[in-house]
Design a protein. Sequence first.
Length: 462
Amino acid sequence: MSERNDHSSNTVNSASQPATEQQEQVRAGNNSSPATTIAIVGGAGDLAKKLLLPGIAEYAAMSGTNVRIIGADMADDVDYPAYFAAALEASGTPTETLSSLIAQSTYFQVDATSAADLQKLMDVATEQQVAGPILYFALPPMITARALKALEGVKLPDGVVLALEKPIGESLETARAVNEQLAKLVGEEQIFRVDHFLGLSGTVNIEGLRASNMLIDPIWNAQHIDEVRIVFNETIGLEDRAAFYDKTGAAVDMIQSHLIQVMSHVLADEDTSPSEILRMSKAVEARRGRYTAGTVGGKELPSYVDEPGVEPSRNTETWARIQLAVDTDRWRGIPIILESGKGIGHPRREISAVFRQTQDGAPANVLRLSFESDELGIEVNANDPSDPDASEWNARITLSSGLVPSKLGAYGRVARSLLTGEKHLRLTAAAAEEGWRIIEPVLESYDSLPLEEYEAGTTPGQ
């Protein structure tokens, strides 16, 4: 783990001061601690602008960490300080942090598949570096694979960290090839496979709630739970992503890339790791659908097949629901449901556990944990004292509460993990491959699996 130790030396000198002092240095514009360089290949793309750059700024503002950003992309004329400022315009980043980040940001035109260009980028990234920089690939999976191949011709600095967004590869075979290529370049401790869903509040909170509460932990198993659901539905349609999404679909874009990994953390415990949960999981049922024209939240959404860039003959699904079986002592025998879709009316984005019914036939209790809003709800049955027969349940109530407000969003947590060496949000090589192993039988069944239709603004699968 020498890379993380080296990397820590780049930040510990400043972090050893009280956080308030370091933050005051940033506010005063004179933070002299060594900057950690993050070179973002794909740095002028949507992911960088909408998620990664705001996340880095959020963590830098909270911690006072000194960060230098190099945006690298194909375009030859990008005013990166202005681009960075536009990316953070609506983020609420404090002016002093914004000024510091913009002042240290630069842009480098690069062909991500060119060893010569990547060598020049590395040369720039290692200027004034105490430790290895972070090389972050915010690119489509197969461009990332070609870039990693090109890195064979690049002299990588000691301690460099290679970070790459999911999905890893486009199949089990290509995921293995990517992992083998990464292993040729650096040690596993210098690889950060990013899945920001592991940093969403719901994923983070469910682990603590289970492990730290006797109210939940003893009944967090198949003996007491009838079904676990992990759902991330969206009102939006394609949002100009047809070039990627139409070749991918909901099952790969969301379930393979994110929800399978979330599931492994939701079901893990002290005796069974997320990796073991993945190894013991298999898909047993699937449904899929595609939205037709409709209204979502007052906005007209065209039929998916009429969206610009869509090839209708691909029969790409915009909604998928997959049932898994997990063959462990704790979870054997109950359905684990993963679901995600676009153009959904009143969408749920939550982790929920439906408990077994009591003998009197009362509705099942349900625990719901929101992915994004730090909210916990528990549906229970109660008595109405004014009812003549108050001895039996006759009222359904929801106990709800906000959890401890999160100081960081998902990409703020990604940035923290990158800059401090936390391992919690890192995917292992095996985890990336297991996601494909689980989903590929579903994809292979598509020829015989009906493509249901649902009107945009409705909820499919009812």
